[in-house]
Write a protein of this length. Structure first.
Length: 115
């Protein structure tokens, strides 16, 4: 009999292997097929339980991929924000899309009309 720690680490290893073995698109595609099979009915209770368990695992794999993607995006956005703070030492708070933007260009164009 194995201890809880061994079991948990074994499960973690299995999960890591499952995630690395399937891309997000593969896991999502298989999850869609599993759901369709469950919705179609006709499976035995044992088959339905096995499909449900597989669906749960696939959903977890998809969730981990999405969480990883979110973390990567957040890291890039944070790095860009820090780089922007370094480029704007006076802290004007103007973003690339904010600040004077087109409003300033419009005001300049209106000012030219008076000339």
């Amino acid at each position: 009999m194995t201890s809880d720690t061994e079991t948990e680490s074994g499960v973690e290893t299995d999960r890591e292997q499952a995630r690395s073995a399937l891309s997000y698109e593969q896991a999502r595609g298989e999850l869609v097929r599993v759901v369709q099979q469950l919705e179609a009915g006709g499976a035995t209770l044992e088959e339905s339980l096995a499909l449900w368990e597989r669906g749960e695992e696939l959903a977890r794999v998809c969730r981990e991929w999405l969480e990883g993607a979110r973390a990567r995006l957040d890291a890039v956005l944070e790095a860009e924000a820090e780089a922007g703070d370094d480029a704007d030492p006076e802290g004007s708070g103007q973003s690339r899309t904010g600040g004077s933007g087109t409003g300033g260009a419009q005001a300049d164009a209106e000012g030219d009309e008076d000339d």
